[in-house]
Design a protein around this ligand. Structure first.
Ligand SMILES: Cc1cc2nc3c(=O)[nH]c(=O)nc-3n(C[C@H](O)[C@H](O)[C@H](O)COP(=O)(O)O)c2cc1C
Length: 357
């Protein structure tokens, strides 16, 4: 079982390695007659692509997507949508000296333990290059969801520096290089991350992703809860170490009174919720409130300070990772989080229709 495929009715398979000629996604189950162009997908890839400022890896990739199948005269045909992104800025020699060494914090050791062979160039398949393919699939998922569903993400914590939720402003997110919704905190992060970057070090982060406009009723009650599928999707992002929905870990600190999302009669006979500790999901099914998830990413493992490791022969060695790296992977994880929210929701939208009409 190789598990490169995600989803049931809206389903995609990604393929490709960091330093191979190309990577991409085969998206199956896309309904016919949806308007879809390369430009619709490119806008999201441009948000994720590397080398856009000094706070992300200096690898320069245009991440230009090509639609190879499944679209005719600007409309989806119901057949598999094949998306391809060529790699253009591979520098495999950057990684030559780690071919026989397992980098701490990377998947080098585990890929070798599992497969007995690994493409060590830039982390091969375990590299976050793969996430370009998911972002492309996520753009198709947004088309399936339509304009009624809005999905946005932001970085809300870097290291120990958290945003002030009283200053949370979605309009601010695209005004700074961190996708930060708090202008004051963005200015602080600029100083903090510059120092970390210059020291050749790295730092972790928390990303929040919110979907609005999801009607009540999407999801499933037991083995494919919407929150469980969302957690799987976000946890599948490279470097993710924790996921929470709604109040998340904070719920453990609350009383029943504080945590209850009280309801009062609302419009059109639907209830109005007075809070959203549940993160828009009850019993695995959407409530109609915004769906709110957060996840933590660990600090980038590739740092300049030598770290102890072992080589292929089991001998002790030190690893100091040269090459180009993101000092905080949380920044570029923001558009990836949006994509994973989109693919989960598109799948559940189609599953809901299949069962409930
Ligand atoms: C957008 C993004 C960019 C990343 N860039 C780097 C990087 O430049 N250097 C690095 O060491 N890890 C980077 N990572 C993390 C590694 O891909 C990841 O830690 C590694 O493959 C091991 O997998 P795991 O941390 O999920 O267990 C990045 C992750 C994301 C989400």
């Amino acid at each position: 079982m190789s598990y490169n495929t995600f989803g049931r009715l809206f389903r995609f398979t990604t393929w490709g390695e960091s330093h191979g000629p190309a990577l991409g996604a085969t998206v199956d189950g896309v309904p016919p007659m949806l308007d879809l162009t390369e430009a619709d997908i490119q806008v999201f890839l441009d948000k994720r692509k590397p080398g856009q400022n000094k706070y992300t890896t200096q690898r320069r990739e245009p991440d230009a997507v090509k639609i190879l199948s499944g679209v005719f005269e600007g409309k989806t045909t119901g057949t598999p949508v094949q998306l391809m992104i060529e790699n253009t800025d591979q520098r495999s020699k950057d990684y030559g000296d780690i071919a026989k060494t397992f980098r701490p914090g990377h998947a080098d050791y585990t890929y070798m333990a599992k497969y007995g062979i690994r493409d060590y160039r830039g982390g091969g398949r375990s590299s976050a290059r793969e996430t370009a393919a998911r972002v492309a699939a996520g753009a198709v998922a947004r088309k399936v969801l339509g304009d009624g569903v809005t999905i946005r993400a932001a970085m809300v914590q870097m290291g120990r520096s958290k945003i002030d939720y009283d200053r949370f402003d979605w309009d601010e997110v695209n005004n700074n290089p961190f996708f930060c919704p708090d202008a004051e905190m963005a200015a602080q992060w600029a100083n903090e991350l510059e120092a970390i970057r210059k020291a050749g070090s790295s730092i972790g982060a928390v990303i929040e992703v919110v979907a609005e406009g999801v009607p009540a009723g999407w999801g499933a009650p037991i083995y494919s809860k919407l929150d469980a599928d969302l957690a799987t999707a976000l946890m599948s992002i490279n470097a993710a170490k924790a996921v929470e929905i709604g109040a998340g870990f904070e719920a453990a600190c609350l009383t029943g009174e504080e945590n209850a999302d009280e309801m009062v009669p609302g419009k059109d006979g639907k209830p109005e919720f007075l809070s959203n500790k549940a993160g828009g999901i009850l019993g695995g099914i959407s409530t109609g409130q915004p769906i709110v998830a957060r996840f933590a990413v660990k600090p980038t493992s590739s740092i300049l300070t030598p770290r102890k490791s072992v080589n292929l022969d089991g001998e002790a060695t030190d690893v100091m990772t040269k090459g180009r790296h993101d000092p905080c992977v949380g920044i570029r994880a923001v558009p990836i989080a949006e994509a994973m929210m989109a693919v989960v929701l598109a799948d559940h939208m189609m599953l809901h229709r299949a069962q409930c009409g």
